[in-house]
Design a protein around this ligand. Sequence first.
Ligand code: GSH
Length: 225
Amino acid sequence: MALELYWGSGSPYAWRVQLALEYKRLAYESRLLQFSMQEHKSPQMLRMNPRGRVPVLRDGDFVVFESLACLLYLDRKYPEPPLFGRTPEEAGTIMRVICEYQAYAEHHLMEIVHAVFFENMDERAEEVTRAMHVVAGEARTIEGRLSASEWLVGEHVSAADMVVFPGIMLLLRAMEKREAGDLRSRFLPMDTTYPAIARWIKRMESLPGYDRTFPPHWREGAPRG
Ligand SMILES: N[C@@H](CCC(=O)N[C@@H](CS)C(=O)NCC(=O)O)C(=O)O
């Protein structure tokens, strides 16, 4: 039976798994769920993931959720091309970069995105400014890595790129919103503020199958979530 991916448009976590499936050129059934209709909370989805979140990946009788777990499963089950490197050293470095992103950047990045899309920025100004400083610092670290190498770790695209990329794209999308105000000049234009990240984004966008992973609702009208 084919792999099935349950996902939602604009979910950075689901996007990671889509990138991995496409990179490995795996055939899969795409099950796009509508957040607005709470389809991710249906009884069928809750049976697979009691947390009611996406992504959820099904492979025959086996179900896995949590995006990083999905990447690891795919890599163990379908090893070529690898997502976690070819040597123990590469695997350790890839996991380290992922852990650093998740521990020190992601929460703050999502705080900014959430504030821009769903909250009153004036009321959240202090927290958002604090988060912005943290994210800008972490972006500098990523910029440093990408100034020295085409991908976040090693010579090839890896799980590290697939974990970090969707978050950065979501942040850039938030920056397109009028509500982002002065934050925009902190991050944009990327070509000037973070030129190595801007070049890396282009490389990610030219990966095979990338277009199929792009959040469909982002192609429509003004940015929302
Ligand atoms: N740590 C999880 C996060 C998954 C997650 O939060 N997904 C969001 C979409 S971006 C979701 O399904 N939210 C629905 C909800 O919380 O009700 C992962 O890496 O997969």
